[in-house]
Design a protein around this ligand. Structure first.
Ligand code: MSP
Length: 515
């Protein structure tokens, strides 16, 4: 274990201001696929996720329901645990920013930044967007509104601590230049440079006095730590960063994935942070700057993925146009949903979610292509009593398809290493397509009628099972349950259909009727 190469990946920690939707699920599924893929390749993986529980937004949401923040949060976070369990998200650590160990670590981090002179006390005047928890300068506003979400901002003035972000402009530019893969897709670099660095990087206000629901600055009562400082370091605190043994005994709840490791810090820094495009700036400017200020190494990559939009509009709890992943997973299956999210939309750009696309994709790729191949091949293997001993499968297979599979594997991995999930899946489905055509070309049912063609028949069936076995291994990170079933069926287990075909016309009518 000790010598295994490590891979540390994170999702953003989500705001539990309401139940999570398909957009959040998208990012968690992507990170989960990457974590499973790396584990499969023998890496010692650390996959961190969690919830961002402080700030005015949460305080306000709780008040609206007449609840104390913690009461409000516990209910929603319970739902998030359930959602990740349902979606098979194999995280290793789940951090809640209200966890005692995290709060204490943040206080130490804030103090360390202050002691190093990276944080100083001043006065803040500006515009504040409550839903985004973001301060803006006049020049950053778009038509007087928040440049991220387009909503109204309000005047805010307070005594506050500032982080000397302005000192890091040159270093950030150099980082983008020297490590072209630090921020992906590359187009995000231009956005950062043009929208934030060129107009002049300013110091950033990192404490608040206007509300209480945050990590208190322990050396200056009345101030709470800015949520983004609190949130960014949550990637590291569950691994013990700036923690100590006493804190480790903090109440982590009944969830077994919420306990500390003993060799935590060996995972640092992160290999990949997956984040939505609107929070790239925090991860590719503020986060590196704070790590530099503490003399810590930077994450290797930040990937800014696109949004899932609904009818062209960003899904958001406040707009009421959210798609519920629980309903979809229950209706179509968890694996179908996981697969669809990464097969349908290129990870780096926005994608338009529709039920029609989901059903069409399930039918074409899962029912027709993969599902048919598996059921046709296995039923022929059974019917013609072909010896399908797994060990001899490769030797007995057709050289053309064996070569195709090894090419597929190489291309698949190239795509996975770039987080190009759609490209990786395309490779596998091209191979499956080829195997379906191979059945039509070789016509095993004709071969089966002629005893002289017995060895040819065996070669064809073995080739098919070989392709299924190899492709199912590649697909395992995407569809762990389904691929487990395929494996069991290949090993002689009970036959059952993987993905029934959906009558799209009827289904869309049903959905329209039931909302
Ligand atoms: N709490 C901060 C993140 C702190 S990370 C140190 C936050 N939370 S959030 O709940 O608002 O968003 C979390 C992630 O979900 C973001 O990366 C955001 O882009 C993503 N998504 C929210 N809606 C989305 C879609 N409709 N589509 C895709 N991703 C979306 O920001």
């Amino acid at each position: 274990m000790a010598n295994k190469e490590k891979f540390f990946i994170t999702t953003p920690i989500y705001y539990p201001s309401a139940d999570l939707h398909i957009g959040h699920t998208y990012c968690s599924v992507a990170a989960d696929v990457m974590a499973r893929y790396k584990r499969q390749k023998g890496f010692d993986v650390m996959f961190v996720t969690g919830t961002d529980e402080h700030g005015m937004k949460i305080e306000t949401a709780a008040k609206k329901q007449g609840l104390e923040p913690m009461e409000f949060l516990d209910k929603i976070v319970e739902g998030i645990f359930d959602l990740w369990k349902l979606m098979n998200i194999s995280y290793d650590k789940f951090v809640r920013t209200t966890d005692e160990f995290h709060v204490k670590a943040i206080q130490r981090i804030f103090k360390a930044l202050y002691d190093k002179g990276a944080i100083y006390k001043g006065a803040y005047k500006g515009k504040y967007c409550v839903p985004c928890e973001s301060f803006w300068t006049e020049t950053q506003l778009v038509d007087g509104k928040c440049p991220d979400c387009g909503r109204e901002v309000q005047d805010a003035e307070e005594e506050a601590y500032f982080f000397k972000q302005s000192e890091y402009a040159e270093r950030v530019l150099k980082l983008y230049e020297e490590q072209p893969d630090f921020l992906l897709p590359r187009s995000r670099v231009n956005e950062m440079v043009n929208n934030f660095i060129k107009p002049g990087l300013e110091d950033i206000c990192v404490s608040r006095t206007t509300f209480k629901w945050g990590v208190p600055v322990d050396f200056d009562p009345g101030h709470v730590v800015y949520v983004w400082v609190d949130a960014l370091f949550s990637y590291y605190t569950p691994l013990g960063f700036m923690s100590n043994d006493a804190d480790n005994l903090a109440d982590m709840g009944a969830n077994p994935r919420r306990t500390m490791n003993s060799d935590f810090e060996s995972y640092l820094p992160a290999d990949a942070h997956f984040v939505g495009k609107e929070i790239v700036r925090f991860h590719s400017i503020l986060w590196p700057a704070m790590l530099w200020a503490l003399d810590l190494p930077l994450p290797k990559q930040v990937f800014g993925h696109g949004w899932l939009v609904f009818d062209g509009d960003k899904m958001s709890k406040s707009k009421g146009n959210v798609v519920d992943p629980v309903i979809l997973a229950e209706r179509y299956g968890v694996d179908a949903l996981r697969f669809f999210l990464l097969r349908e939309f290129p990870f780096g750009i926005d994608g338009n979610f529709t039920n029609e696309r989901l059903i069409t994709r399930i039918n074409s790729d899962l029912a027709n292509n993969l599902g048919n191949l598996v059921s046709r091949s296995l039923s022929m293997a059974d019917k013609y009593e072909v010896d399908t001993n797994a060990e001899s499968r490769e030797q007995k297979s057709d050289a053309e398809l064996v070569a195709l599979i090894s090419e597929t594997r190489v291309k698949f991995e190239e795509q996975m290493e770039k987080f190009a999930f759609q490209g990786a899946l395309t490779e596998v489905f091209n191979a499956l397509d080829r195997a379906n055509k191979y059945i039509d070309e070789t016509m095993p049912w004709v071969l089966a009628k002629d005893e002289a063609k017995r060895s040819e028949l065996e070669r064809v069936i073995n080739t098919l099972l070989y392709v299924i076995d190899e492709c199912s291994e590649l697909l395992t990170p995407f569809m762990p349950e389904t691929c487990g079933k395929i494996k069991a069926q290949l090993a002689g287990g009970e036959r059952s259909a993987l993905f029934p075909r959906i009558d799209i016309k009827k289904e869309l009518e049903n959905l329209a009727q039931n909302g």
